[in-house]
Design a protein around this ligand. Structure first.
Ligand SMILES: Cc1cc2nc3c(=O)[nH]c(=O)nc-3n(C[C@H](O)[C@H](O)[C@H](O)COP(=O)(O)OP(=O)(O)OC[C@H]3O[C@@H](n4cnc5c(N)ncnc54)[C@H](O)[C@@H]3O)c2cc1C
Length: 441
């Protein structure tokens, strides 16, 4: 028997706009007694809910439970910018692109993740959580335009469609003249992230026991698989860990995962007069030409969401002071782009955890007999988390689908450099990348 005790559990700070603009959820149902199930999924983000949904498809009638340390949608799954991107999105590059064959494979995988999420939305009747409207890459200066032209040349080689946008096109769509040009790619889907995961969990709850505010504190493996929570022990025949970077808190993938945070602010709804002063289209999503720049979304209800800045936080937590400091950067990015909205204030600010590996691969597979992991999504967790959750359920049920083989063929997350070089190096690299982003920030 092997035991893994969690040295920490997630403590995401309040403030996520996506969560707060939804109606309050019904009260949670933390686990308060012992439980025996066939399948236990730990973590109710994109990966965990996709795994649970796929298990209901593959093993209808078996006992399936999901536990999460927090409310569904409170963690990163409910606090991201909601871009489900089908194309390569390598944050660690200067134009999101990677190698040709690797990118073709990544596109196939991303599209399978998006298709699984879209099918869930349609079949489960989730409303107002997903729009298949594509995304814009926006460049703010000559460097950004050069990066976009490189990205477009890469799309040509991949035989992927796109439209090149002029500065005037960008202004017509977004209302701001801040951008020098852009590239529109049609395959991205935008979600209300907290609405999506909360809707998915609610729709699954007639077949899956979902216990929120129920952290896994200890895992015992061997002939009997058990998970200890504050008020009950769960015996399970199969265990699927979908806790993203928190898997390292159990001592698994130790010193192989990088804990990076990124931050966002959301305005109050714009008044009618402010919407007229802004002009542009009522809904769009823009990611920066430089991956270290500013992501923007305009929402149907007249709000604007700004996301930028990455920090390396090996302790897996941010602080109110860090959120406030980066909030000032958001204000300055917002004012630079929207000088016609001088009175518009941010109503919500938050940060959230991303898990990356040095070689951009997930922590995926069977760790021990009947114990599986689908963690570390390398930034694009809306899509990669969804797909890895589906595929881990396939693997656990013995299905060797081609995409499962593709996932298993990936290398293991590479070992990090020794401390203090890792933390110093990561922070220095982020500092340099932010500087390089220039006006894109
Ligand atoms: C501001 C921001 C913007 C982002 N924008 C995008 C974007 O536009 N597109 C995109 O694809 N990605 C984006 N991301 C990244 C994306 O949110 C993550 O990659 C994604 O949420 C990972 O999904 P997951 O299901 O693997 O993990 P998570 O969403 O992190 O879910 C893991 C769950 O496990 C739970 N958990 C952890 N430990 C325990 C435990 N011990 N016991 C029980 N439960 C536990 C957590 O509470 C959490 O709910 C963004 C992230 C942030 C913070």
């Amino acid at each position: 028997m092997t035991g893994y005790a969690a040295v920490r559990t997630p403590q995401d700070l309040a403030g996520s706009g996506w969560y707060e603009i939804l109606p309050p959820p019904p009260p949670p149902r933390p686990l308060e007694e012992d439980l025996s199930v066939d399948w236990l999924v730990v973590g109710a983000g994109f990966a965990g809910l996709a795994a649970a949904r796929h298990l209901t498809q593959l093993r209808d009638g078996e006992r399936i439970a999901v536990i999460d340390a927090q409310r569904v949608g409170w963690g990163s799954a409910g606090r991201n910018s909601g871009f489900m991107i089908d194309l390569p999105h390598e944050l660690n590059s200067d134009s999101y692109a990677g190698g040709l064959e690797a990118d073709k494979k990544q596109i196939r995988m991303n599209r399978a993740g998006i298709a699984f999420a879209r099918e869930a939305v349609d079949e489960l009747g989730l409303r107002n959580v997903m729009e298949p409207c594509g995304k814009i890459h926006g460049a703010t200066d000559g460097n950004g335009l050069t990066a976009l032209r490189r990205f477009e040349a890469h799309l040509d080689r991949l035989e992927e469609p796109y439209d090149s946008l002029s500065a005037d096109d960008l202004q017509r769509i977004t209302g701001t003249d801040y951008y020098a040009g852009g590239t529109f790619t049609p395959g991205a889907v935008l979600i209300q992230p907290a609405g999506y995961v909360r809707g998915l969990a609610a729709a699954l709850s007639d077949k899956v026991a979902i216990h929120e505010e129920t952290p896994a504190l200890r895992i015992e493996t061997g002939a009997d698989l058990t998970v200890t929570t504050p008020k009950g022990r769960i015996r399970t025949r199969h265990l699927i860990l979908t806790v993203n970077g928190q898997i390292e808190s159990f001592g698994l993938f130790k010193r192989r995962l990088m804990h990076v945070f990124t931050f966002a602010s959301m305005t109050r709804p714009l008044t009618d007069a402010e919407q007229s002063a802004l002009g542009g289209e009522p809904r769009w999503g823009l990611i920066p030409a430089d991956p270290m720049g500013t992501t923007l979304r305009r929402l149907q209800e007249g709000r604007i969401v700004v996301r930028n800045s990455f920090t390396y936080n090996p302790g897996m937590a941010t602080s109110p002071a860090q959120v406030a400091r980066i909030g000032r950067q958001h204000d300055s990015s917002f004012r630079a782009r929207f000088p016609m909205l001088p009175e518009v204030e941010m109503a919500h600010r938050w940060g959230g955890h991303l898990c990356l590996s040095l070689n951009s691969v997930p922590a995926f597979g069977e760790l021990e007999q009947r114990v599986y992991a689908a963690c570390c999504q390398n930034g694009l967790g809306t899509v990669k988390g969804t797909l890895s959750g589906k595929l881990i359920a396939d693997l656990a049920c013995g299905d060797k689908a081609p995409l499962v083989a593709d996932m298993l063929a990936l290398a293991e997350p590479r070992k990090l450099y020794p401390e203090p070089f890792m933390t110093l190096g990561a922070r220095a690299k982020l500092w340099w990348m932010h500087r390089r982003a220039g006006r894109d920030l």
